[in-house]
Design a protein around this ligand. Structure first.
Ligand SMILES: C[S@@+](CC[C@H](N)C(=O)[O-])C[C@H]1O[C@@H](n2cnc3c(N)ncnc32)[C@H](O)[C@@H]1O
Length: 256
């Protein structure tokens, strides 16, 4: 029988950064496979939508925060031709991103960094994007403020994050899948039970779109649109850094 390693998943209520980094480092080898299998490949579709909506231009410099194995950044580079920089505090996750960059010939400079203290100058990026990362922050407000700091005034932000579908038959079936089936398959494939129980716990703990919109505003972003994806399993939050002329082009509505 496979022995569960001593590593336990961080408590979703406190989630110290180092414990989160260790948890992602421990599942790095099976992360991509499980992502695609457990989401029935919806994760690829969601990243494509995020990149399309961000609509970066080839001259843009874009930060992919919590880049992990780099899939969002590679999608951006392939689809828009923009330059991407990846940042994450888990070296093993980024090692996989580096291997993908070598294999595909796509450029992705990487920085090992905590999202709460980024090693970039203020206003360094035309846009910032983050997929399935902010939910893990030890200090959500601090992380959002840091994202605002490195985005140039008027720059764009795309946050892709899990959310909870509304009460419906679909929502009920999904909840059983997400809280029971997914942790079991995750444990069997990765050998790390905690990480895949941590996922539904952090999603349940994460602010719903209207509350998250207020946190984004407090951090210095104007929320332009919040697009539920696949029945609300995920939500794409599209924002603009305040302090410059408003942009047009983001489609969707913002929850009241
Ligand atoms: C669920 S993975 C998402 C990876 C990638 N964005 C994707 O779409 O597959 C979350 C990533 O966020 C990183 N992360 C979480 N909190 C972080 C923080 N405070 N600073 C830097 N990276 C962080 C983890 O190391 C992990 O690689």
């Amino acid at each position: 029988m496979r022995e569960e390693p001593s590593l336990t998943a961080p408590d979703p209520k406190t989630r110290p950064g180092t414990a989160v980094a260790e948890m992602f480092s421990a599942i790095a080898a099976t992360y991509d496979l499980l992502n695609h299998v457990l989401s029935l490949n919806m994760d690829r579709h969601w990243r494509n939508v995020a990149v399309k909506e961000l609509a970066a231009s080839p001259s843009d410099l874009v930060l992919d925060l919590c880049t992990g194995t780099g899939d969002l950044a590679f999608t951006l580079v392939r689809r828009s031709g923009a330059r991407a920089v990846g940042a994450d505090f888990s070296r093993p996750m980024m090692d996989i991103a580096s291997r993908k960059a070598r294999r595909t010939g796509l450029s992705l400079p990487l920085a090992q960094a905590d999202a709460l203290a980024l090693p970039f100058r203020s206003g360094a990026f035309d846009a910032v994007m983050v997929a399935f990362g902010v939910r893990n922050f030890e200090d959500l407000g601090g992380g959002l403020r840091e994202m605002a700091r490195v985005t140039k005034p008027g720059g764009k932000l795309a946050v892709l994050e899990f959310s909870s579908p509304k009460d419906s038959l679909f929502g009920a079936v999904y909840r059983v899948y997400f809280t029971r089936v997914l942790p079991m398959v995750g444990r069997l494939v990765s050998g790390r039970g905690g990480a895949y129980a941590y996922l539904p716990a952090t999603v349940a703990d994460f602010p719903a779109p209207p509350a998250f919109a207020s946190r984004l505003r407090q951090a210095g972003f104007e929320v332009k649109a919040q697009r539920p994806l696949t029945g609300g399993i995920a939500t794409l939050h599209l924002c603009q850094r305040t302090g410059a002329e408003p942009i047009s082009g983001f489609s969707g509505t913002v929850a009241p």
